[in-house]
Design a protein around this ligand. Structure first.
Ligand code: 13P
Length: 258
């Protein structure tokens, strides 16, 4: 059976009250879940608080960002070893909101990828095309371009054990989720693209989809063989809808023998 990976990206949302309510509801219903990897990504300042709240449960911790440097005079930044120290397991990098609002380039993201791997943290590398690239049929080209920098600097083997989140930019926060058949096509392309460059051919990459995921479209998405899970934004801020997404993802994946 395939265990889906469901990550809730809180983005710039939440406070101490939200954390205690959210985590206590999650703990009650999916706190000891075995057939799904459930991960939450709160804002950086609350990582420690959330780590305490999820203690002794199956829920795991993800950070939304990391700095390029390990230590030194970099005011306002957080390093990979600090994230490891606090108990994070996954770290989102390359999110389109950071590429857009914080001018992160593919090279900067590749460097973050390298640093996380070195520290033993799991990068959740977000890639995806713009609305224009989508309209012009350049989705695969855009995804390949975002992967290429890492492939050329670190090789395909570096992708082993990593999570890639395919997040078409036009689908984020718009309510316009990409069609599952189209997502499957892109995921299959990403997997093959990396595998072709992997000399040993034994790397396993988890590929999630993100972009307006809800309890209404999760079954269709998880019916696809190359969709290994989802990266959820808005819908993860409501505990009931996040739990529904997790339950339906498990239901769909457990009924499939890919
Ligand atoms: P939405 O689910 O709100 O579209 O956000 C997706 C996302 O960006 C997750 O990282």
């Amino acid at each position: 059976m395939i265990h889906p990976l469901v990550i809730g990206n809180w983005k710039l949302n939440g406070n101490l009250h939200f954390i205690s309510t959210m985590v206590s509801i999650l703990r009650q219903s999916i706190g000891s879940i075995q057939n799904c990897k459930v991960v939450i990504a709160p804002p950086m300042i609350y990582l420690g608080q959330v780590k305490q709240a999820i203690y002794n449960s199956a829920i795991e911790l993800c950070a939304q960002n990391v700095d390029l440097h390990i230590s030194g005079a970099f005011t306002g930044e957080v390093s990979s070893n600090m994230l490891k120290d606090i108990g994070a397991k996954y770290v989102i990098i390359g999110h389109s909101e950071r590429r857009l609002w914080h001018a992160e380039t593919d090279y900067v993201i590749a460097r973050k990828f390298y640093i996380l791997k070195k520290e033993g943290l799991i990068p959740v590398l977000c890639i995806g095309e713009t609305e224009l690239e989508h309209q012009e049929g350049r989705t695969k080209e855009a995804c390949a371009r975002q992967i290429d920098v890492i492939l050329s600097l670190q090789g395909a083997e570096a992708f082993n054990g990593v999570v890639i989140a395919y997040e078409p930019i036009w689908a984020i926060g718009t309510g316009k989720s990409a069609h599952p058949d189209k997502v499957q096509e892109v995921h299959e392309f990403i997997r093959t693209y990396i595998a072709q460059k992997d000399a040993k051919k034994d790397s396993f990459v988890t590929i999630q989809y993100g972009g307006s995921v809800t309890s209404k479209n999760i079954m269709g998405l998880c019916a696809q063989p190359d969709i290994d899970g989802v990266l959820v934004g808005s819908a993860c801020l409501n505990p009931e809808s996040f739990i529904d997404i997790i339950r339906l993802a498990v239901k769909q994946k457990s009924s499939k023998m890919f």
